[in-house]
Each structure stands twice: as structure tokens, then as C-alpha cells.
Design a protein around this ligand. Structure first.
Ligand SMILES: N[C@@H](CCC[C@H](N)C(=O)O)C(=O)O
Length: 259
């Protein structure tokens, strides 16, 4: 499936056995030797009350991510009936808009350095890096720069691994068009530049609001399309709305996983 060109191989382990070895997963993610995707997503039966499905997200380098906004919308569309997703970032309710778009309540962002996490105790609204990004966690760590999108291409790889980010970070680079409209490019941790990043879009709006640059309801346009983000004042939850598209289904025969 894909959400704004951020693409996913989703494996439903409720009905099929799938041994998620690092080798198998990175092979599936490989665009030449496997299927190819930005993230591999594993679905299992939930083990928490109130959840409909357990969802885990893996980057092509094998690292597990606590959150993935676009994949969450895709899983909600795949399962149907607005499921509640059980993720490492908590239970995420999904919803369908009257226009047929898929929304996910991404929960409350973490704004303190310990939960983002950063290597040092510091103000997370202006980090001591050239360009002064702001940082927050949407269940996964994000730093957002507000001085243009090109930095993602030029410095994304180095910034992902900056010593400031002990768990590495997703690097969002935004151009502010107006208080309710930004353009964004994200260098994703463990994946590189992608056409869109849902959690990155949420983080950009949260960070932009904290910096006094953006309104709480904002359109975020990325290379693959746009998301609507609303950081709700009443309860601090971040709502993310956009398309989710089924591309194809396939069978991956047992015994050939490592071939
Ligand atoms: N594409 C995602 C984010 C995927 C995880 C990220 N690369 C990480 O390691 O945190 C999204 O849509 O949010």
C-alpha cells in the first residue's frame, strides 16, 4: 500500500506464518532484490483491550520504528471499519472523513528531551545545531528545520546520525508558505529521503506551533502529496488525515523467504 507515495509491504501474520528475520525483512524492502518499500509492516492479533490489530513498523535497515503515520493510515484502510491500532506508541484510533479520507489520531507528542530522546538535557524548541531545529517525538524522534527543504537532501544523512540523537532521528525540512500551509521534505531514519512522512508532518506542525510559526490546523505538502494535520488544543492529540491506497496483493511462498 502507499500513502502519498510513502510505500509499505504489509504482512498479515494473523493468518500466515512469517519469520521476521533481519535478512528476510531487508530483502523484502529491497527495490531490486525484493518487493521494495519504505517500511515493512507486520500485523498481529492485539494483546491489549480496546485494540483491533497489533502493528509493528520496520525500516529497510532493519530498525524498528515506534510510529509510522502513513503506514497507520494504510493499515486502517486495509482492515476497514476504523480500527484502533495497537502500536509501541500506544493505542491509535483511526477514522474515516465524510470525503472518504483516512485519519489517525497519533496521540499526544512528547516535547521533553528525555522522551524524544536527546543526548543532553536541553530546550527542545531550539536545538544547538546550525539552523536551530525543534524536536519532538510522535512515538518516533523528529527534528524539524524551518529554513527550507534543501537541507534534507544535503544534510539529512549526517543529521540523522548527529551525536545529539542517541536513537538517531527523522529530519524534517520545512518551507513555511503561510501559517496554515507548509512544504516539507523528510529524511527518514533508516530509510532516507521518502516522498512523504506522516509522523514527520505531525512533528513539523507541532514544532511549528511551538515556535509560534504555524496554526494548529495546517496543510503539509510533501513531494508525494498533502496531509491535513490538526494539533487539537482541547486534549493535545495530533490528528493526521490523508489518502491511503491499496497497490497490490501478493503471495510469498514459504521456504523462499531467504532465497
Ligand atoms: N514513513 C513514516 C515514518 C517511518 C519510521 C521512521 N523512518 C522512523 O524510523 O522513525 C511515517 O509516515 O510516519
Amino acid at each position: 500500500m502507499q500513502g502519498l507515495g510513502n510505500d509499505f509491504v504489509i504482512i498479515d501474520r494473523r493468518h500466515e506464518r512469517f519469520d521476521a528475520t533481519l535478512h528476510t525483512m531487508s530483502k523484502l524492502c529491497d527495490r531490486r532484490f525484493g518487493v521494495g518499500c519504505d517500511q515493512l509492516v507486520l500485523l498481529d492479533a492485539p494483546d491489549r483491550d480496546g485494540a483491533d490489530i497489533r502493528v509493528r513498523f520496520y525500516n529497510p535497515d532493519g530498525s524498528e520504528a515506534g510510529a509510522c503515520g502513513n503506514a497507520s493510515r494504510c493499515v486502517a484502510a486495509l482492515i476497514g471499519n476504523a480500527p484502533v491500532l495497537q502500536t509501541s506508541a500506544g493505542l491509535l484510533p483511526s477514522f474515516i472523513t465524510p470525503e472518504g479520507e483516512i485519519g489517525v489520531d497519533m496521540g499526544v507528542p512528547a516535547l521533553d528531551w528525555q522522551r524524544i530522546p536527546l543526548s543532553q538535557a536541553m530546550d527542545t524548541v531550539e536545538l544547538p545545531l546550525p539552523g536551530s531545529p525543534a524536536a519532538c517525538s510522535m512515538g518516533n524522534p523528529h527534528a524539524t528545520f524551518f529554513d527550507g527543504m534543501d537541507r534534507a537532501d544535503r544534510e539529512g544523512a549526517a543529521l540523522e546520525r548527529d551525536a545529539l540523537f542517541p536513537e538517531r532521528a527523522n529530519i524534517g525540512c520545512a518551507e513555511i508558505v503561510s501559517r496554515d500551509f507548509i512544504r516539507l521534505r523528510v529524511w527518514e531514519r533508516g530509510a532516507g529521503l521518502t516522498l512523504a512522512c506522516g509522523s514527520g508532518a505531525c512533528a513539523a506542525v507541532v514544532n511549528g506551533v511551538r515556535r509560534g510559526l504555524l496554526d494548529r490546523e495546517c496543510r503539509v505538502e510533501m513531494d508525494g502529496g498533502a496531509l491535513r494535520i490538526h494539533w487539537r488544543e482541547a486534549d493535545g492529540h495530533v490528528l493526521m488525515i490523508g489518502p491511503a491506497t491499496h497497490v497490490f496483493e501478493g503471495l510469498y511462498p514459504l521456504g523462499t523467504h531467504d532465497g
